[in-house]
Write a protein that binds this ligand. Structure first.
Ligand SMILES: CCCCCCCCCC/C=C\CCCCCCCCCC(=O)SCCNC(=O)CCNC(=O)[C@H](O)C(C)(C)COP(=O)(O)OP(=O)(O)OC[C@H]1O[C@@H](n2cnc3c(N)ncnc32)[C@H](O)[C@@H]1OP(=O)(O)O
Ligand SMILES: Cc1cc2nc3c(=O)[nH]c(=O)nc-3n(C[C@H](O)[C@H](O)[C@H](O)COP(=O)(O)OP(=O)(O)OC[C@H]3O[C@@H](n4cnc5c(N)ncnc54)[C@H](O)[C@@H]3O)c2cc1C
Length: 664
């Protein structure tokens, strides 16, 4: 029945002020009001309908995305939306498009690596979308190993130009989003060669297509790389292939903030570190961490609402069966994901702060916090995207058979999200970057250099190597100091063990390669410590709203106790806790599940998602699942006629043949 709220009883059970929690989730009242207004604007505009998206063939799907993305731009102009509002609108339109790369990477690359003059020339064109850009770094042969890229940019002093060339098949640019069919320009990463010398990778602004008829310019071969994983999903994006045959660009289209080539062809290195060339990746990794909580919370919202609607077994005297959310196994799979969504929200907020801080320092030529910013963005990108991709898939399973239907919203969400584990740095490769940072920190411990920021705990290494947990009863695991020390001791001991093993190798690089799996685990331990600490720090702030802080404490407890349970081998193996203390942690975790249970629906309501954004019958706000599933089935193209296309060609002859056999 329309208009009935099947989850109303669940909502009545809430022990906290949901409206105040919405503000905590959004980060501020301003953010909440902004998201609320823009998400409703998108939901109520038929131009942004998602109807039938997963059924469209590729060409139609792509054209439909072009329509939506340009319609979004039209609305942004008509409504005079600010940059912040426009970004929110694109987010709630919820369809990967070339505009993601234009706004998310092309513009940031020019801002981060272009000189003031270059920014003045290119940014106004990009801001008005008079040119459309992408980020062309990865090649067919190399993605992770940026130093191994093969495209060349050779300076020609005769003409004051760079000649951009793809010398081999493997040097073809491969993957850039927006490149295949849309972009007029790209920031292309290529080996800078001048006076016969190779100076390594640099960024160049290269025009690819005519601004008149959109045809590829002479020497440019460009197209789409083909269908990707899942129905609809990321196939709305034209990930592309690009080859250059001696394409000439003016010298001033080399992005020159980090290094320059003079009119005479002299290479000049600025006093900023070369790593700033990787700055766009640091920026995007930070946004990906913030976004992980969006994707995970969305899946969790669907699975939680559906788990309260779905009933199986346990009917007494003809009464209703049990809601599946009341099974402890369901809670043990679902509630840590709900807690993780909140944990990633808060660590994302903190990372945004760290990124802003490092950017301000860089502007003042203070490069001291860049290594930490790189380690944090790389490590947290890896940790949160792995957990989110796995979490979305777990949510699909938590919804049983119906989770496998596209109308649950979960298959498409997974298909769109899962490449986040690969793009912007493969997650294992990124963990190894964190491990390098950790090994460097451990090796410098005796040098008098005091570790600061997220690595400050290493400064108490002597204590952390020998301390033991003092937990005596289950509720002792609710003490923040007990928890932080446990995660610090585990991370420190794992790093030190790796460093000790590394020291046994004559060649440190050989040792690093041999011990890579252990090093990646030490990096995970360090990153989990960051997430746990930032959640606990959040709880030390003043949080208004009846019962809000208490709910966050429950979620925080579930987050760290679930991790402790899952990785208890690390905590036991490093000798910080005993098996009795591990078992007490598990007792406390179960108790927290019971405390969370009455609040579960309201905790996902606090995400404030519209039904348009969720795009899931199982996750509908009103819980009216079965009639809507039934209705949706009949909309499938296969049900447009009672007799299937192909019946006369294939099924009828088969049945006739069986009739003949039966008669024999
Ligand atoms: C339909 C349903 C809809 C549902 C939608 C819901 C969900 C929506 C989800 C959407 C999510 C978010 C939206 C975002 C959209 C994104 C779109 C995709 C974008 C993808 C773009 C890309 O992938 S671009 C390509 C990225 N490529 C990489 O990341 C490559 C990875 N490799 C590297 O980064 C590096 O090569 C390396 C770090 C692995 C190694 O580099 P290198 O060999 O040069 O370095 P060294 O190891 O020798 O280190 C040298 C020193 O430099 C330091 N370093 C390295 N990197 C950095 C850095 N980035 N910053 C600072 N310093 C750095 C390193 O530590 C070394 O230091 P020292 O030890 O001190 O010498
Ligand atoms: C959907 C999508 C969108 C993308 N968009 C863009 C874009 O807009 N622009 C762009 O330039 N690129 C883009 N990319 C490319 C992306 O950045 C790369 O695919 C990514 O950086 C991983 O690199 P790779 O493909 O070379 O993986 P590989 O490095 O080949 O990884 C293969 C395997 O080898 C392992 N491995 C590699 N090196 C090591 C090592 N040193 N130690 C241990 N294990 C290792 C990895 O863990 C992985 O398991 C996109 C990719 C995808 C999937």
């Amino acid at each position: 029945m329309e208009g009935v709220d099947y989850l109303a009883d669940e909502r009545k059970k809430a022990e906290f002020d949901v409206n105040e929690m919405k503000i905590v989730w959004a980060g501020s009242r301003h953010n909440f009001e902004l998201s609320d207004r823009i998400s409703k604007l998108v939901a109520n505009d038929p131009g942004f309908s998602k109807e039938g998206r997963t059924m469209l063939p590729r060409k139609e799907l792509f054209k439909n995305t072009l329509r939506k993305a340009t319609y979004a731009w039209k609305r942004i102009i008509e409504l005079r939306l600010s940059e912040e509002e426009a970004a929110k609108l694109r987010h709630f339109v919820d369809e990967p498009a070339f505009t993601d790369l234009h706004w998310g990477m092309f513009i940031p690359a020019i801002k981060g690596q272009g000189t003031d003059e270059q920014q003045k020339k290119w940014l106004p064109l990009a801001y008005k979308m008079q040119i459309i850009g992408c980020y062309a770094q990865t090649e067919l042969g190399h993605g992770s190993n940026v130093q191994g890229l093969e495209t060349t940019a050779t300076f020609d002093p005769q003409t004051d130009e760079f000649v951009i060339h793809s010398p081999t098949l493997t040097s073809s640019k491969w993957w850039p989003g927006g490149l295949g069919k849309v972009s007029t320009h790209a920031v292309v990463y290529a080996r800078l060669i001048t006076n016969g010398k190779d100076y390594g990778i640099n960024g160049f602004i290269v025009q690819l297509r005519s601004l008149e008829d959109h045809k590829p310019l002479p020497g440019v071969t460009v197209g789409d790389i083909g269908l990707k994983f899942g129905n609809g999903a990321y196939n709305t994006m034209d990930n592309g292939v690009l080859r250059f045959d001696h394409v000439r660009i003016p010298r001033d289209q080399m992005l020159m903030r980090v290094s320059q080539v003079t009119r005479e062809g002299k290479y000049v290195q600025s006093d900023v570190p070369r790593q700033l060339l990787y700055g766009t990746m640091v920026y995007v990794r930070q946004t990906i961490v913030s976004d992980a909580s969006n994707a995970l919370s969305r899946a969790v919202c669907i699975a939680t609402r559906y788990s309260a609607v779905r009933r199986q077994f346990g009917s007494q005297n003809g009464g209703q069966e049990i809601q599946v959310i009341d099974y402890k196994t369901q809670q043990n799979r679902l509630f840590p994901l709900l807690a993780s969504a909140y944990a990633f929200r808060f660590v994302g907020e903190w990372l945004k702060w760290l990124y802003t801080d490092v950017t301000q320092r860089l502007q003042a030529n203070d490069f001291s916090t860049l290594p930490e910013a790189h380690a944090c963005t790389a490590g947290l990108k890896s940790l949160t995207t792995t957990a989110t991709a796995d979490g979305i898939e777990e949510c699909r399973k938590l919804c049983g058979g119906h989770g496998y239907l596209c109308s649950s919203g979960l298959p498409e969400l997974f298909a769109v999200y899962v490449p986040a584990c690969t793009y912007e740095g493969d997650n294992t490769v990124l963990l190894l970057q964190v491990a390098r940072f950790l090994m460097k920190t451990v090796s410098q411990l005796g040098s008098g250099k005091k570790p600061v920021g997220t690595i400050a705990y290493m400064g108490r290494i002597e204590h952390l190597m020998q301390c033991r947990s003092d937990v005596k009863q289950a509720k002792d695991w609710l003490k923040p100091s007990a928890v932080v020390e446990a995660f610090e001791a585990r991370a420190a001991r794992m790093s030190v063990a790796c460093a000790q093993n590394l020291s046994k190798f004559d060649n440190p690089e050989e040792g690093f390669a041999e011990l890579a799996a252990d090093l990646a685990e030490a990096a995970v331990a360090h990153c989990q410590l960051i997430v746990v600490s930032k959640f606990i720090e959040k709880l030390q702030q003043d949080i208004p709203g009846e019962g809000v802080k208490q709910q966050l404490e429950v979620l925080c407890g579930i987050y760290y106790l679930f991790l402790l349970h899952k990785h208890q081998g690390d905590f036991l193996g490093t000798g910080y806790i005993t098996s009795k203390q591990a078992s007490l942690a598990n007792d406390q975790l179960r108790a927290l599940y019971s405390q969370l249970r009455p609040n579960a629906i309201s905790l996902v309501d606090a995400f404030n998602y519209t039904d348009h954004f969720l795009d899931s019958i199982l996750g509908r706000y009103d819980g009216n699942v079965y009639p809507k599933l039934y209705e949706a089935a009949w909309k499938d193209p296969l049900n447009q006629s009672d007799i299937a296309d192909g019946f006369h060609e294939y099924i009828r002859p088969l049945l006739k043949q069986q009739l003949r056999t039966a008669r024999l």
